[in-house]
Write a new protein. Structure first.
Length: 343
């Protein structure tokens, strides 16, 4: 599972960018406790400090949003490279710093999918042996514990992150999707309407005589019609279109860049397909286009609602386009729809 968004990836990169200088300073400050002289610490500082600061600045500003999660493996691999250099130069004296591998496996669990830690285990083992100055009896006794801690840390965290992400996705879907029809709901409608621009179109559809259908055939039959309408709308809509259950039997379709011609074409395709699915049920459509003279998407929906009422008044089973020069008329310009086949 990938991180939910580029924002998360960038956040984890910046966490590493902030942590690296802190760990480097801690390492340099504790080196005298392991027998390093002040001259040796100064020499290491002259190399480590500029390198770590440069890497941290790069990690802060790199375009992580555009990259795959695997790019974040540069953090543990880079850290292990530095630890390997320290181990080679210290001949086993820097063995206590091998414990930083546990932090690196935690980072792997926080950023990568499960089982990634197993692929990086050979790298960690090689660095661990180098840090200890070679394989010894003491190290051989410690390794099983170290391996267990590393892998358990990464895998538990990774699996918890995956399960949490799946649960969040399920909650997000339930918050944004109408459970009966499978199309969107009005949860985020205000934002979507504010994003519409001149030339975008909206189509407001209403199933004709739906109350009569519920009264005669029952609510279960009405629900089935709504499910079929939602499925067909999702099928006919373009990838960039948004279908929303606007009311009980009303659906709102946002059609970016479609204009009136595109919205009318969408309605014709939908009617043709719907006649095969439900020949005994018709629908009426009100169409409006966002233009510079209106206040945006909300005004276009209000116009589409007026056009829908005009279509109903003209006899239903048709599409009506709203026009500014006909505002206030009882009847908008109504275009006959493809006649629905009657059963």
């Amino acid at each position: 599972m990938m991180l939910r968004a580029g924002d998360d990836r960038e956040l984890m990169a910046r966490v590493a960018a902030l942590a690296a200088p802190t760990i480097a300073v801690t390492l340099l400050a504790t080196m005298p406790l392991l027998g390093y002289t002040s001259e040796q610490v100064g020499a290491w500082a002259a190399v480590v400090v500029p390198g770590v600061l440069g890497a941290s600045l790069a990690a802060w500003f790199l375009p992580w949003r555009r990259w795959h999660d695997r790019a974040l493996l540069a953090v543990p691999l880079g850290a292990w490279s530095c630890l390997a250099v320290l181990g080679l130069a210290s001949h086993g004296r820097a063995a206590p710093y091998a414990g930083y591998s546990a932090l690196l496996f935690l980072y792997i669990g926080l950023t990568q999918r499960p089982w990634t830690s197993l692929f990086l285990l050979p790298v960690a083992l090689a660095v661990h042996v180098v840090m200890w100055g070679g394989l010894s009896a003491e190290l051989a006794a410690r390794l099983p514990i170290s391996i267990t801690v590393w892998v358990a840390t990464a895998e538990v965290v990774a699996r918890y992150r995956v399960q949490t992400g799946e649960a969040f996705a399920g909650l997000e879907r339930r918050a944004h999707v109408d459970p009966l029809t499978g199309v969107g709901n009005r949860y985020d409608l205000s934002r979507m309407l504010s994003a519409l621009r001149p030339g975008d179109a909206v189509a407001l559809l209403d199933l004709d005589h739906f109350k009569r259908l519920n009264d005669t055939a029952g609510h279960a039959a009405g629900d089935e019609v709504l499910r079929e309408a939602g499925a067909l709308l999702r099928q006919v809509a373009r990838r960039e279109d948004t279908v929303i259950r606007y009311g009980g039997e009303e659906f709102l379709v946002l059609l970016p860049g479609a204009g009136e011609a595109g919205a009318t074409s969408f309605d014709a395709r939908l009617r043709s397909a719907w006649a095969d699915v439900r020949p005994g049920v018709t629908f009426s459509t009100g169409i409006a286009v966002v233009d510079a003279a209106t206040s945006g998407g909300a005004a276009a929906v209000a116009h589409a609602d007026e056009a829908l009422y005009a279509a109903k008044a003209a006899g239903r089973d048709r599409a009506t386009s709203w026009r500014a020069d006909l505002a206030g008329s009882a009847l908008r310009e109504a275009a006959p729809a493809v006649p629905a086949l009657r059963g």
